[in-house]
Ligand binder design. Structure first.
Ligand SMILES: Cc1ncc(COP(=O)(O)O)c(C=O)c1O
Length: 366
């Protein structure tokens, strides 16, 4: 099995296996070095030229555009998944009867922002897209579900949403970095993600890709002074006229240069782009298949049959919590979520680690 980015994760604790990227992806060594450089720049601010405050966000924006197959003018820089989802929820106008369609049991980050602005109706994922109603304005879904590993068929949802004039807003936090993305062929209106899980960036990173139609519909809820300077430098800062010509940059998080996070994230993104997310995705899937193939079905059931880099297992005898603790003490880090064991399989995990996890999963079972 060809393992992408092998040499980049040498700092992971020896003897442990980190199967919890769905919570936090580890920072590659090149990004750790970029973190140190960012700290040195801050320790010596003469190394932070004025121009870097506009140049660094643009480098980051360009990398993210390449990653998702979009244009730079469609990428909002954020600090989380929630930042992107809120700017969309708060930037749309809703009439009193308008509704937002969500999935029952979805991750709270995907559902909560809409509850402040519109009526929210939740249906089982299997009822999408049929549940679209005349008053549905937005369908807000999570691409890969954190609790089950289920991956939605976005193309089918996108087609239905387009036909009915509904915005399709997607939380891709458990997918971006683990599966190739081409926003044009996906047919969604917004793809929002954090950067600190499958993209192995620092905590406090995120972005939103907005289709030009959605971008041009949204009202910015903020008036950030630095964004208002736009391309005219820092020479006219007392000019407090509100500008409406900033496009996507009018939605960026405040302090978008945030060197301590943006520089290492750019380093991580460069690695992912050079390795190719498609080959990373292939590798992750091979690991997931190996894990699934080794599971004893009399001890565990697989919570979602639809394939992603998340494998969620339910323990048939109800002892998932103690099994989670046993795995942790055996050096195998997984997540315990909603009564189940969750494995995240990513580029730095190895076949040997999967086999070790399978042994620990089945101790005393066979
Ligand atoms: C589906 C999903 N969305 C969002 C988040 C995190 O949201 P935020 O980046 O806003 O903290 C998580 C974290 O586990 C998640 O699984």
């Amino acid at each position: 099995m060809d393992q992408p980015l092998t040499r980049e994760f040498g700092s992971l604790e020896p003897g442990r296996a980190w199967f919890n990227t769905a919570h936090q992806g580890p920072l590659p060594s090149t990004a750790v070095e970029a973190s140190s450089r960012a700290a040195e720049m801050k320790a010596n601010p003469c190394r932070l030229p004025d121009s870097s405050f506009s140049e660094v966000p643009e480098v980051l924006r360009a990398r993210l555009a390449t990653l998702v197959g979009g244009a730079v003018d469609e990428i909002v820089l954020g600090n989380s998944t929630s930042y992107g989802l809120h700017l969309i929820a708060n930037g749309l106008s809703f009439a009193p009867d308008d509704e937002v369609l969500t999935v029952e049991g979805d991750y709270p980050a995907t559902v909560l922002p809409w509850q402040r602005v519109a009526r929210v109706r939740s249906v089982p994922a299997s009822e999408l897209p049929a549940a679209i109603a005349p008053r549905t304005r937005v369908m807000a879904v999570t691409w890969v579900d954190s609790f089950t590993g289920r991956a939605l068929d976005l193309s089918a949802l996108g087609r239905a949403c387009r036909e009915r004039g509904v915005w399709l807003v997607v939380n891709g936090s458990q997918a971006v970095g683990a599966r190739p993305v081409d926003v044009r062929s996906l047919g969604v209106d917004a793809l929002v993600s954090c950067g600190y899980k499958w993209l192995c960036g620092p905590y406090g990173t995120g972005f939103a890709w907005l289709s030009p139609a959605l971008r041009d519909t949204l009202r910015p809820q903020q008036a950030y002074w630095l964004a208002m300077q736009g391309d005219r430098g820092l020479d006219h800062m007392r000019d407090t006229r509100l500008r409406d010509d900033l496009g996507v940059r009018g939605f960026d998080v405040f302090c978008p240069a945030a060197f301590a996070t943006s520089l290492p994230w750019i380093a991580s993104l460069d690695l992912f782009l050079a390795a190719g997310v498609d080959s990373i995705a292939r590798y992750d899937q091979e690991l997931a298949s190996r894990l699934l193939a080794g599971i004893d079905p009399s001890a565990y059931s697989v919570v979602s049959p639809s394939r992603s880099a998340l494998v969620v297992l339910s323990r048939r005898d109800g002892t998932a919590f103690s099994r989670h603790r046993l795995l942790t003490s055996a050096g195998i880090d997984t997540a315990y979520r909603e009564g189940n064991l969750r494995f995240s399989l990513h580029t730095f995990n190895t076949v040997e680690q999967v086999d070790r996890a399978l042994d620990a999963l089945h101790i005393q079972d066979r």
